[in-house]
Design a protein around this ligand. Structure first.
Ligand SMILES: NC(=O)c1ccc[n+]([C@@H]2O[C@H](COP(=O)([O-])OP(=O)(O)OC[C@H]3O[C@@H](n4cnc5c(N)ncnc54)[C@H](O)[C@@H]3O)[C@@H](O)[C@H]2O)c1
Length: 430
């Protein structure tokens, strides 16, 4: 049994979705007019398929005329779907969410149940605001409630299908009991359910939405640049961009660009990004994203150096793993490794040994940097105090036990065990 608090786009869809999957669901909303409309089988906003689901479920598994107390005490999970509107300073307004938590505590009996935060809240909100609030209320009311963070990825206009057929379900939990309840809720959906910690779950939602907003702004900045340069068929150019085969496939190869590391390098991306930024200005348009893009590519290298400097002293010997700008290439032009080694040297780190399966010689020749080189991975590992992985060569993944014998900075996140499995490959329709 489930209670859903807040019957807006997310809440009503969630309530009807779980109801359709066979759970008894109580829907609660503080807006009496909204509840009245739902009672009349009228969805208070436009969303395809919801009206049909409402007709099927209301009076069957879905109940809207129970009191909050009745609903909560008959539920194993209370899913909070109230609004989290933006405040003028950009912060999320958590007042509705915290009010809802308090209301649940006020009526809940002593049985264990889980409060599920489905409203979108910025990363760290559950850990830093909701969890302490729950601990305080637990003391005050003498009850223990479990806590889970379960961001929702549905799109308005596709809410029903997105909810009923999720590509993945993300759940932040801390205790086994809450995990069990959430696993049971999503079992009928036959979708991968990934359990992570609270803040990671929250962050995934913001990764998703800010990537989308960044892509939209990127496209709009590009369109403005194109109009300033003139003579460019903007829609044709974007349609041709979409023909890149890296957009398709499962997972699409484009995903490898949306993964953190220590910066882009090589012959093309740095100079081409700088050149478009420059020609736009020649034509009277000052780009905003391109300079930010270039600046972030510098900042990430400073970040890497700061991380090393926080844990390694200049007297210690550093082993650099990887010199080429990406694996599978011996190109060292504008390689992040070069900039990072130069920055380390500028901070007094002079005891540097490097190893690259392909690019030792070309790097030495091109950069003339006064560092030492190792001919093999074991030779490098043996003589250093800390390892710094800067290029994700397969050899490094294959020898992860050897690398683990020394303190290791994996700035490409190349050695982390893959926690999230990609869905099985689906053959492309021809
Ligand atoms: N709309 C979307 O496409 C979408 C998608 C994913 C996530 N989200 C997130 O989900 C959350 C809800 O979004 P929405 O679009 O459904 O909001 P909404 O404004 O449509 O609905 C929120 C509902 O909560 C009710 N409510 C407020 N306080 C309550 C309380 N104490 N008890 C019971 N009901 C209460 C309100 O009356 C309202 O009906 C937000 O955090 C939003 O960011 C929205």
């Amino acid at each position: 049994m489930i209670t859903v608090l807040g019957l807006g786009f997310v809440g009503l869809t969630t309530a009807l979705g779980f109801s359709k999957k066979g759970f008894k669901v109580y829907g609660i909303d503080v807006d009496a007019a909204r509840v009245e409309s739902i009672r009349r089988y009228e969805v208070p906003f436009y969303e395809p398929h919801l009206e049909d689901a409402l007709r099927e479920e209301l009076g069957h598994n879905f109940v809207v005329d129970a009191s909050l107390e009745e609903a909560v005490n008959d539920s194993r999970a209370v899913i909070i779907c109230v609004g989290t509107p933006g405040l003028p300073d950009g912060q999320a307004n958590l007042a509705y969410l915290l009010d809802a938590v308090r209301e649940v505590f006020a009526v809940s009996d002593a049985d264990y149940r889980v409060l599920v935060v489905k409203s979108t809240v910025p990363p760290s909100t559950v850990a830093r605001a909701v969890q302490p609030f729950v601990a305080e209320l637990s003391q005050q009311y003498g009850k223990q409630l479990g806590l889970a963070s379960n961001p929702e990825f549905l799109r308005e206009g596709h809410a029903w299908n997105d909810f009923m057929h999720p590509d993945r379900v993300v759940v932040g939990v801390q205790d086994e009991a809450a995990k069990e309840v959430l696993a049971e809720l999503y079992l009928p959906f036959n979708a991968p359910v990934h359990f992570v910690d609270f803040s990671t779950a929250e962050f995934v939602k913001y990764l998703s939405n800010t990537l989308l907003s960044t892509l939209v702004s990127f496209a709009n900045e590009m369109a403005m640049i194109a109009h300033h340069i003139g003579g460019i068929d903007v829609p044709a150019a974007f349609q041709l961009l979409h023909q890149d085969r890296r957009w398709s496939g499962t997972p699409a190869a484009m995903a490898s660009y949306v993964f953190p590391g220590c910066g882009y390098g090589g012959y093309c991306l740095p100079k081409d990004t700088a050149a478009l930024n420059s020609i736009a200005q020649t034509h009277g348009y000052q780009p905003k994203m391109l300079p930010a893009n270039l600046q972030i590519n510098e900042d990430i290298k400073d970040f890497v150096v700061e991380q090393i400097a926080a844990q390694v002293t200049p007297q210690q010997r550093i082993g650099i793993l990887g010199l080429s700008f990406k694996s599978g290439s011996d190109d060292v032009r504008l390689s992040p490794s070069r900039a990072i080694i130069e920055k380390l040297r500028a901070r007094g780190y002079t005891r540097i040994v490097a190893y690259d399966p392909m690019a030792n010689e070309v790097f030495a020749r091109e950069t003339q940097l006064p560092i030492a080189y190792a001919d093999s991975l074991p030779e490098l590992v043996e003589q250093v105090d800390a390892l710094v992985l800067l290029t994700s060569w397969p050899e490094f993944r294959q020898r992860r036990e050897l690398l683990a014998s020394k303190p290791l900075f994996d700035f490409r996140y190349a050695l982390t065990e893959q926690q999230v499995q990609h869905p099985p490959l689906v053959p492309l329709a021809r």
